[in-house]
Structure formats: C-alpha cells, structure tokens
Write a protein that binds this ligand. Structure first.
Ligand code: XMP
Length: 325
C-alpha cells in the first residue's frame, strides 16, 4: 500500500544516513521482527550487513531451514549460521528448573553470538569497522520497557535477537515506531514469505521451555514431531489467524498407562495450549472445534513414539501463563 511503501522508503533513507559506509550486524531469531528489520536494512545497505543465526537446537521443525533458505532467498542477505546444538544440550544437561533453563539459554546465546560477532569483525574483507547492531525493537517494546508490564517479574524473558546492554555498538532500530501488524505489512512489502511474516509468537528459549523436565535430544525430537503435527492440522483447519499461538508441551516427567496396538504402554502426555489474545498480557483458551482436536490427538498418538495421551489446557491467563515454564 501507499503508506507501507512510504514507511519503507523513509526507513531506507534513514538507515543509509545513519550507517553511511560502515558495517552492521543483525541477529536473526526466525521471528517476524528481526526478519523484517534485517530485510529492511539489507535493502538499504546490502552487503554492508551480515546476519547471524544461532541454531540452538530448540527450534521447531523446519524453522532453521526457513531462515537458512527462504529468508536468504527472499532477501539475498549474507548469513552466518552457527550450529550450537551440542553446546546448548550440554549446558542444559540435568536441568529441570524453568528459570534455570531460561538463564542458561540466555547466557549461552549471548556467548555464541558474541563469538560469531568477533569472527565477523576479524574476517572482514577490508578494514571497514562493524559499528552498528540492528534490532527488531517495536513501539510496544519501548512503551512496555518504560512502563513495566509485570511479566518480567514472572519469567525472565529471553529474546533471541535481543542482546546484552553493554555492547559497544550503535543501535539501528528501523521498526521502533511500528506495531506488529504494521511490521507484517512492511515484511510483505519487502517480499518476505508468508511463513515468516505471518508467524505466530514463539519464545526465544524455544522448545527448551516446552519440555517439563530435563531437555534432551530425544525429547526435543519427540516434541518437534508433535508440534509439527499440531501446526499442520491447525493450518489445514484455517485456524492460524484465530489462534494467537498454540504451544505444544511435553510432560517429560509424567507417565500414564495406555493401550496401543496389542499392548500396554507407559508413555508421556502432550499438552495442547491454544490461546486467543490481543497482546499476550492476558489470554483465553481457544474454544477450538472438537474435530480438529480429535485429528491432532489421533495423529500425535499414532505417529509420535512414546506419547499415549493428548490433553487440552483449558486455563486462561491469568491464572495460567501462556507457556508452561
Ligand atoms: P507467558 O508465558 O509469559 O508468555 O504468558 C507471554 C508471551 O511471551 C512469549 N514468551 C517469550 N518470548 N522470550 C520471548 O521472546 C521469552 O523468553 C518468552 N517467554 C514467553 C510467549 O510465547 C507468549 O507469546
């Protein structure tokens, strides 16, 4: 549209003015905000930008490929992918406490990112310094961090793509006047694929906080399968817009008795947590059609090994939070 087009033009001019002939880096999380910010800066300064994607192994099925292939194809951005899966698994070994998990993931993320950043600086083909860091900060982020929302006291939110405060960089924040729906329109205008632009919120610590219990490779693989099935069926049923997000949670420390095929099983439950919300501050559980719940339940119990029960979380926020950890 005219408005979106003019926002894009204005921001491109502003970014060029700010960055000049210096270089910039940007952390990509797979989320909408960092993707649109990066695409905008790429459009403005091209190869002066390098993006970093830390693959912590806690992403959902297909998400890393979405960044590595689709995003790069749509933008032509220079991307450095760091495979840090082993490192995150090692750091999370034996840890079940939600806050401890969050802190570990946040800490490891920053370390890996800083290392990648140092490499980008030293690998530079010329002497052009990296002086700028691109962030997908939105208008509500600024308002909320000033006003204090209360959520920060409940969980230590970790924003992959969000970084430590003591950086010696100047920030480029091309989305800081925009709301989420406007960011989506800008993303569309820039030609980003729908899978990225229309993406539902997903927490920085990823599947790490959707496994109740210790995070292991096997459990992550299992949860990835269950989550992929739920997402596929929700999309097929046309519910992506109606549902704000639908965390799929593995109760890894819980087992229940079941009967599958010709024998007794003793497997784990999967929780479906579909919520409707305006801003994630409060939420209601989505009264989604029974047929869709039935399809998801049948498929997950048939297709995912070690899962013999699917349960629905029918709790609003408050008293429940959206994520289980
Ligand atoms: P809760 O669970 O607090 O979640 O009701 C509110 C919204 O925030 C998302 N969430 C996070 N997002 N880093 C993020 O970037 C985090 O650490 C994090 N924890 C929760 C959650 O998915 C929901 O949209």
């Amino acid at each position: 549209s005219w408005t979106t087009g003019s926002i894009v033009e204005e921001q491109i001019a502003a970014i060029r003015e700010q960055v000049g002939d210096k270089r910039a880096i940007c952390g990509l999380s797979g989320g909408v905000d960092s993707a649109v910010a990066a695409a905008l800066v790429q459009k403005a300064i091209g190869s002066q930008l390098t993006c970093v994607y830390v693959d912590h192994g806690l992403m959902r099925k297909g998400e890393t490929e979405q960044v590595e292939k689709d995003f790069v194809a749509a933008t032509g951005v220079q991307l450095k992918v760091v495979d840090a899966q082993e490192r995150f698994l090692d750091a999370l070994k034996g840890v079940s406490d939600p806050e401890e998990k969050r802190k570990i993931i946040g800490r490891e993320f920053i370390r890996v990112f800083e290392q990648a950043q140092a490499e980008i600086i030293t690998e530079a083909p010329d002497e052009t310094p990296v002086e700028f860091l691109v962030q997908g900060t939105l208008y509500p982020d600024i308002v909320e961090s000033g006003g204090g929302t209360g959520t920060a006291n409940i969980k230590s939110h970790h924003n992959v793509g969000g970084l430590p405060e003591d950086l010696e960089f100047q920030l480029v924040e091309p989305l800081r006047q925009l709301f989420k729906d406007e960011v989506r329109m800008v993303g569309q205008e820039l030609g980003l694929p729908d899978e990225i632009v229309q993406r539902q919120p997903f927490p920085g610590p990823g599947l790490g906080i959707r496994i109740v219990g210790e995070v292991t490779k096997d459990r992550l693989d299992l949860l990835r399968e269950a989550d992929a099935i739920a997402r596929e069926e929700l999309t097929a049923a046309g519910l992506d817009r109606e549902i704000w997000q639908c965390p799929v949670v593995l109760l890894a420390d819980v087992r229940s008795v079941g009967v599958q095929g010709d024998g007794r099983t003793y497997g784990h439950p999967i929780v479906l947590r579909p919520v409707s919300s305006e801003d994630a501050m409060t939420a209601d559980w989505t009264r989604m059609p029974y047929e869709v719940l039935a399809r998801i339940s049948t498929r997950i119990t048939n297709e995912v090994k070690d899962v013999n029960r699917v349960v629905l979380d029918c709790t609003s926020k408050p008293p429940g939070t959206i994520e289980w950890e």
